[in-house]
Design a protein around this ligand. Structure first.
Ligand code: SF4
Length: 247
């Protein structure tokens, strides 16, 4: 099938592209990601995708970068760090905007169907992605090729590291950037608290070990002092002997 594959970034495109090509699909990638902020991050991800795709001989089309339009739909939901339902709604609107664009471009350019690389990520809502791919494809009169690529996520991570690809640490929108930073800070604080609790739990043990080390040091010092004293007495006796010999 002549397939227009929505690509969210380079690392996420590796395995879905390999699997779909192996299944016989003729692929073109569409980078349609108005969700990505800031603009230089959008450019960096696109450059990473293009560089890899050129090596693979896969064409890349670029969608319209319209962050204001994205803000007016998905962005209206806003931050959703502690509200899974809100976040799911924001991500659904985000998938919808990107997949509708993909389906429209596919229909205009004579592709048979559409797919997306989004479903390789275990951090996305796979069921929602499926619904939105099928919805967008049906509305545009093209076929939906959905696959749950999550089993290939580890391999995608390994390969992207091996290729030295740029790997972002947040999904794409400014909210996900803030949410990911907050999650990292939370994990860091939790790790520090766990280390502190462990230190406190071992405090007695550490104090006993310190006391034992100090006692051993004192014992060694006493022994060294005693030996020094002994050497001094022997030396004095030797010198006294020599003096008596000279008389
Ligand atoms: S977290 Fe990702 S999928 Fe969800 S709205 Fe932001 S960019 Fe879109």
């Amino acid at each position: 099938m002549k397939l227009l594959l929505h690509a969210c970034c380079g690392p996420c495109s590796l395995e879905p592209s390999r699997v779909l090509r192996a299944a016989g699909h003729e692929l073109t990638l569409l980078y349609a990601n108005s969700n990505i902020a800031p603009a230089d991050e959008y450019v960096r991800r696109l450059a990473t995708l293009r560089e890899w795709a050129a090596d693979e001989g896969i064409s890349v089309m670029e969608g319209a970068y319209e962050p204001e339009a994205w803000e007016a739909c998905a962005g209206r939901v806003g931050l959703a760090a502690d509200d899974p339902e809100r976040r799911r709604a924001r991500c659904r609107a985000c998938y919808r905007s990107r997949l509708e664009e993909t389906a429209q471009r596919a229909a205009e350019a004579g592709f048979d169907g559409i797919g997306t690389t989004l479903s390789v990520s275990p951090y996305q809502y796979t069921d929602v992605i499926r619904e939105e791919v099928e919805r967008a494809a049906a509305a545009a009169g093209v076929r939906a090729v959905f696959e749950d690529f999550r089993p290939f996520y580890d391999e995608a991570t390994r390969r992207s590291r091996e290729l030295g690809m740029y790997r972002q640490n947040y999904c794409g929108c400014r909210f996900s950037d803030a949410e990911a930073a907050a999650e990292r800070a939370e994990r860091k604080a939790a790790r520090a608290a766990a280390r502190e609790a462990e230190r406190a739990a071992h405090a007695d043990e550490l104090a006993a070990a310190d006391a034992e080390r100090a006692a051993r040091r004192a014992e060694h010092q006493a022994y060294a002092d005693k030996q020094a004293k002994k050497r001094a007495v022997l030396k004095a006796l030797r010198e006294q002997g020599k003096r008596e010999e000279r008389k």
